[in-house]
Design a protein around this ligand. Structure first.
Ligand SMILES: *Cc1c(COP(=O)(O)O)cnc(C)c1O
Length: 362
């Protein structure tokens, strides 16, 4: 069977997002039959040897790609990063007098704050609210009596990204949904990293948790089993039926990451792609960036037209060139060209060429 991968579409979708064509091919084959096991991936037991091996491989690939220390566990759970807001809080917020510090960098961190408030006191130690989240807050002090500190590494909607993480006197928890695997990180700087799969890791349906085991089980509260990272870890992410297809897709994507040279290579590619686009945004008088230059996201560059009357013409041009998904998030408008790992630089060049063409014909 020949898979139809639409090569002419340049997919800048913010999520679920572009995946490598070879991942799509293998993943689709697995629906008919997983390797030569005589069964589809989605009709075999998650306790069967082939699936247990997939889960193990997925976990080991995370360890290898990100250099995860031995005292951290790697889990693939469900509920998206949106449930991660609550899972992170309930596993770290003390039952009595619970207090946590959060940075607020926009929609997703605001969502995380909202969930944490259900469990204890939340202090916002840095916020981008006054500048409409176009800057990453810096220079704040994290109180040393907080149970933990929470930060969102990349503001997917606004297009800002934390370039340097603060040193935290308390456990640091990070929502890395939209930039995990895009750049080198030091896992041991964090006690919990969580990320929905569908932005850089695979199909929607699973959420990655990388957690320092030594810091779990200290809240003195009862945690529902499905939300209890200690319980999930004891069951190797298989407390209940895991999202088998999503985990397999993530495993394939991580195999692809490894095959091209791992995080160092991805970081290099992502920097080159972002530079290509931001250079054009800065050079071309018809466009301007919408975030502070030093905080620009490599994953989700955002920009606007300087002359809004060109909107219709520009939209028609990029659509005709096969560019897809660059409309800004409905809450902010403008343009957002999400450039996750699997987006080739050729696609960015196509967009840049359209921007140049608009200038030449304006
Ligand atoms: C997309 C996104 C989320 C929400 O993820 P879901 O998996 O849809 O719940 C949370 N945080 C960040 C940073 C995101 O980009």
């Amino acid at each position: 069977m020949e898979t139809q991968v639409k090569a002419k579409v340049h997919n800048f979708s913010a999520g679920p997002c572009i995946l490598p064509p070879e991942v799509l091919r293998k993943a689709s084959e697995s629906i008919l039959e997983l390797d030569n096991h005589g069964l589809s991936l989605i009709e075999m037991s998650h306790r069967s040897k082939p699936f247990v091996e997939i889960m193990e491989k997925a976990r080991n690939l995370v360890r290898e790609l990100l250099n995860v220390p031995d005292n951290y566990s790697v889990l693939f759970l469900q509920g998206g990063a949106s449930l991660g807001f609550y899972i992170s809080a309930i596993n770290f917020m003390k039952n009595e007098g619970g207090k946590a510090a959060y940075t607020d960098t926009g929609t997703w961190s605001s969502g995380a704050i909202k969930e944490a408030k259900l469990l204890g006191e939340v202090i916002t130690v840095g916020t981008g609210k006054d500048n409409d989240f176009t800057k990453i807050p810096k220079g704040y002090t994290i109180p040393s009596d907080a149970d933990y500190f929470h930060i969102t590494s990349n503001n997917t909607i606004r297009g800002t990204q934390v370039k340097e993480f603060p040193k935290s006197p308390v456990p640091m928890l990070c929502d890395m949904s939209s930039d995990i695997f895009s750049r080198k990180i030091n896992v041991s700087d964090f006690d919990l990293i969580y990320a929905g799969a569908q932005k850089n890791m695979g199909p929607a349906g699973t959420t990655l948790y990388i957690v320092n085991k030594d810091k779990l089980g200290k809240t003195g509260r009862q945690i529902p089993s499905m939300l209890d990272l200690q319980k999930q870890e004891a069951k190797d992410s298989m407390y209940n039926t895991p999202p088998v297809f999503a985990v397999y897709g993530a495993m394939l994507t991580m195999e692809w990451m490894k095959s091209i040279g791992g995080i160092a290579e991805l970081e290099k590619r992502n920097e080159a792609k972002a530079k290509l686009l931001y250079d054009e945004v800065d050079r071309n008088p018809l466009f301007k960036g919408t975030t502070a230059v030093e905080d620009r996201s490599l994953m989700n560059p955002t920009f606007v037209l300087t002359d809004e009357s060109l909107t219709e013409r520009f939209d028609k041009m990029w659509k005709e060139a096969g560019v897809s998904g660059i409309n800004g998030h409905r809450s902010v408008g403008g343009y957002r060209a999400s450039m996750y790992n699997a987006l080739p630089i050729e696609s960015v060049q196509v967009l840049v060429d359209v921007m140049k063409e608009l200038e030449n014909n304006a």
